[in-house]
Design a protein around this ligand. Structure first.
Ligand SMILES: Cc1cc2nc3c(=O)[nH]c(=O)nc-3n(C[C@H](O)[C@H](O)[C@H](O)COP(=O)(O)OP(=O)(O)OC[C@H]3O[C@@H](n4cnc5c(N)ncnc54)[C@H](O)[C@@H]3O)c2cc1C
Length: 411
């Protein structure tokens, strides 16, 4: 029986795991080198979208054709720090292998149970806590340049319909009725009902962690330097023990998993946001600018524009071009928009070559459960992933087939 647990990482994944375990009566210590909700967490600066429809893998085979041109095009949302390329190859090779039609179908089938009830999962976790004030529900839109661009996206929309989602086309007049400031450059849209978003992802994570602490959970500040099947060692030498250890350290999980004999093939897709404080106009819903691949979300205090994929590892400094691109792109969406000041941010998506998270007990260290690799959808699936990790730690049978997320699948 699991009486005690250590959870490494207090981003959305770790906080949700810790809280579900605490609610099950486990004595939990949540460990992080920074405070929950700190801007250095990826869970802080994302687009805040509870993206139920995000059931496709990160990329399909069309990227292979487009990538060389995209990398040379300063207006493309794909960036690479070229000196990082040799380190990326072990990840890119299986990434490409996962682009077959068969694999895409399998990956989609494995992502669906993680995302489909994500809004309900957030509400279930946050109700009765101060985190609930940051959840909004409503439609999520894709904005297209024109009808032809929407038609070109048919495969994506057909996939969503087959999975049971509703896709409601909007012409320019219908768009203007709900988003009157939208530029004439965008004349078609698709609405995806029953979605959600967070008005401050960082404050949301912090509020969940505050609730966890107030209800008896322990938060310990420290850098984890070593993990075994029974212990966690912090920088400075303190050794903590527990019945179960959950590794939820986001993009930094790889080296800790490796200490336990686990090859994780975790890479980071660096992403950026531009936060427009005091934006003169805020739309009533979040939307994806489909040609520029960034999300615009109405948030507390302004408008967040978040997206970009940059390969460059965990230590290279922030680039300036992605932020300049977001600034240029938001002006194409809302030409008359003004704002008081802008914040710039970069974070680290934890991404696997098959777009699926690692979730499960480690074969060589069965008391350690991993829960990381939630790529572009970690906020969406945080409560679900946390519940799954907690159930595994509690020895409960999952009603979802866990095979696709097996931590040792890249062995
Ligand atoms: C630009 C951008 C936009 C995004 N938009 C969305 C979106 O709209 N919707 C969505 O669902 N997802 C989105 N995402 C993805 C989402 O933000 C991530 O998948 C998610 O935040 C990952 O959460 P995490 O808890 O795994 O990692 P993190 O939030 O990064 O937390 C990991 C924690 O582990 C701690 N840690 C690591 N190593 C150690 C150690 N050795 N010792 C102690 N502590 C350690 C870190 O300090 C950190 O606090 C976006 C990401 C980006 C970059």
């Amino acid at each position: 029986m699991t009486k005690t647990a250590l959870v490494i990482g207090a981003g959305i994944t770790g906080v949700c795991t810790a809280e579900w375990l605490r609610r099950a009566g486990v004595k939990v210590t949540l460990i992080d080198r920074i405070e929950p909700g700190d801007p250095a967490q990826t869970s802080y600066g994302n687009a805040g979208l509870l993206a139920r429809v995000a059931i496709g893998p990160i990329a399909d085979s069309s990227l292979l054709r487009k990538a060389p041109m995209m990398l040379l095009d300063p207006d493309s949302p794909l960036f690479l720090k070229w000196s990082y390329l040799p380190k990326l190859i072990p990840w890119i090779v299986p990434f490409i292998r996962n682009m077959t039609a068969k694999r895409i179908e399998e990956i989609t089938a494995a992502l669906l149970p993680l995302t489909e009830d994500s809004v309900d999962q957030h509400i279930a976790l946050a109700t009765g806590t101060s985190a609930a004030q940051y959840i909004r529900t409503g439609d999520y839109f894709y904005y297209y340049r024109d009808r032809a661009a929407f038609d070109k996206d048919r495969a994506h929309n057909d996939l969503l319909r087959r999975a049971g989602f509703t896709v409601i086309p909007h012409d320019r007049a219908q768009m203007l009725a709900i988003d009157p400031a939208i530029s004439p450059a965008y004349s078609y849209a698709a609405a995806h009902p029953d979605h959600g978003w967070l008005t401050s992802p960082g404050k949301y994570v912090a509020a969940l962690a505050d609730h966890f602490r107030a209800a008896g959970g322990e938060f310990k500040r420290g850098e984890v330097v070593n993990v075994t099947n029974a212990t966690v060692t912090l920088q400075g030498g303190e050794v903590l023990t527990a019945d179960k250890i959950i590794l939820a350290a986001g993009a930094w999980s790889g080296p800790l998993a490796k200490q336990l004999g686990q090859k994780s093939l975790l890479e980071t897709e660096r992403g950026y946001h531009l936060f427009l404080n005091g934006a003169s106009y805020v739309p009533p819903h979040p939307f994806m600018v489909s040609d520029a691949k960034f999300v615009v979300t109405p948030m507390e205090g302004g408008l967040r524009c978040a997206g970009i994929v940059e390969f460059g590892g965990l230590t290279a400094p922030r680039s300036t071009a992605p932020i300049a691109l977001l600034k240029k792109r938001i002006r194409q969406v809302y030409p008359d928009l003004t704002w008081d000041s802008a914040d710039e941010w970069m974070g680290f998506r934890p991404s696997t070559p098959d777009s699926l998270p690692h979730i499960g007990a480690l074969p060589d260290a069965p008391n350690v459960i991993v829960a990381f690799g939630s790529q572009h959808i970690g906020i969406t699936i945080g409560p679900r992933l946390g519940r799954m990790a907690a159930d595994i730690a509690l020895g409960k049978r999952s009603n979802i087939d866990l095979t696709p997320y097996a931590p040792d699948r890249f062995r």
